[in-house]
Design a protein around this ligand. Structure first.
Ligand code: IPM
Ligand code: MG
Length: 391
């Protein structure tokens, strides 16, 4: 970015939550890529690091403290690695790392979770699906994030074995449905104008309400084709014909399940980013939380094995949605694509047995991050090189 001499560089304030397992490694990777893009595009990032998740339980006895939520609310955006791990897995414990996610999602009003699935052409060998099925796949799952079973009233099992029962409830109001469906329509309008609303309307009352509301909101979007699909059938279509989908919108638990399924299309769960957005605007964009969709992967933590791309692409989403830095976001996405074009592969992206590996370069978390950072620097240098040559 070319700036007039003396013009102040914008400064953005970000909250960083490294979390547990591979979270700290992938978040450090993402932060170094964001720093490189800040240097290239002329803005500054100020970080506040928070100890949250299992790490928060160890440090403070709580997955997240009210002051941590407040620090996240005060930041322009929140950047998160992953939380959770076997150390804190006791189902009877009153404190669990995942409580941090629910507190952030609920208290910050982050009702929409965007999970884009695109496929780099060089990675089709890493997916168990046939390459011809993957051709043209470019879909966006919009998952409702602050309602349904995750936030409904529940009763834990109690009493003697043999007479225990437990319950979870799945409530939705029309206001909760319409705000996320409206956002999905708006996103579809910026893409291929197709929206699939996923429900279980043949069984669930909330799904029947979801369908009615989707149709009502749809009357404001005559240019977007709305389809309804039952979640079981959608799960099948996602692997039988994924290229047919554009934007999908669905309730919390269906979206959780379908997005893990869809990640298989991209070759690895490690590739996929996410943005969790609400309706609150800051001076720069929508307030939001950004995290890779993979979990804390404790089995590979601390071994330089984790694929940082999901975290890095989440950083690109952060720039686009929360900071209004669309060019810097696109530069990161391009740098990731070029690093993959140039053959860099983390362990999860390495082709299966017997498939060709000529021209590929196996790297760890740090090596992949360096490859991507280097490719941002190249983009930055390019215009100067041209200018120097022309002079
Ligand atoms: C996700 C995760 C979380 C969820 C877990 C860790 C509670 O699976 O973000 O998809 O179910 O929402
Ligand atoms: Mg999940």
């Amino acid at each position: 970015m070319i700036e007039a001499a003396g013009q102040a560089r914008p400064i953005y304030r970000l909250a960083a939550i490294p979390g547990d397992g591979v979270g700290p490694e992938v978040l450090a990777a993402g932060r170094s890529v964001l720093q490189a893009s800040a240097a290239a595009f002329g803005f500054e990032l100020e970080w506040t690091e928070l100890t949250v998740g299992g790490a928060g339980i160890d440090a403070h006895g709580l997955a997240i403290r009210p002051e941590d939520v407040q620090a996240c609310a005060a930041a322009d955006a929140v950047y998160l690695g992953a939380v959770g791990g076997p150390k804190w897995d006791d189902p009877t414990s009153p404190v669990r790392p995942e409580q941090a996610l629910f507190a952030l999602r609920g208290d910050l009003g982050l009702f929409a979770n965007l999970r884009p699935v695109t496929i780099h052409p060089g990675l089709t060998a890493a997916s168990p699906l046939r390459p011809e099925l993957l051709h043209g796949v470019d879909l966006l799952i919009v998952r409702e994030l602050t309602g349904g079973l995750y936030f409904g009233a529940r009763t834990e099992a109690s009493g003697p074995a043999g007479s225990r029962s437990a319950s979870d409830t799945l409530p939705y109001s029309d206001a909760e449905i319409s705000r996320v469906v409206r956002l999905a329509f708006e996103l579809a309008r910026g893409r291929r104008h197709k929206l699939t609303s996923v429900d279980k309307a043949n069984v669930l009352a909330t799904s029947r309400l979801w369908r009615r509301v989707a149709v009502e909101v749809g009357s404001d979007f005559p240019d977007v084709e709305l389809n309804h699909q039952l979640v079981d059938s959608c799960a099948m279509q996602l692997v039988k014909g994924p290229a047919a989908f554009d934007v999908l919108v669905t309730e919390n638990l269906f979206g959780d399940i379908l997005s893990d399924e869809a990640s298989v299309l991209a070759g690895s769960l490690g590739m996929l980013p996410s943005a969790s957005l609400g309706s609150r605007r800051t001076a720069h964009g929508l307030h939001g939380l950004y995290e890779p969709i993979h979990g804390s992967a404790p089995d590979i933590a601390g071994r330089d094995l984790a694929n940082p791309i999901g975290a890095i692409l989440s950083g690109a989403m952060l720039l686009r949605w929360s900071l209004g830095q669309a060019d810097a976001a696109a530069a990161i996405e391009r740098a990731v694509a070029v690093a993959l074009d140039d053959g860099f592969r983390s362990a999860d992206l390495w082709p299966g047995d017997g498939l060709p590996t000529a021209g590929l370069n196996r790297v760890g978390t740090a090596g992949m991050t360096r490859a991507i950072v280097d490719r941002i620097a190249i983009r930055r240098a390019a215009p100067e090189t041209v200018a120097a040559r022309d002079r």
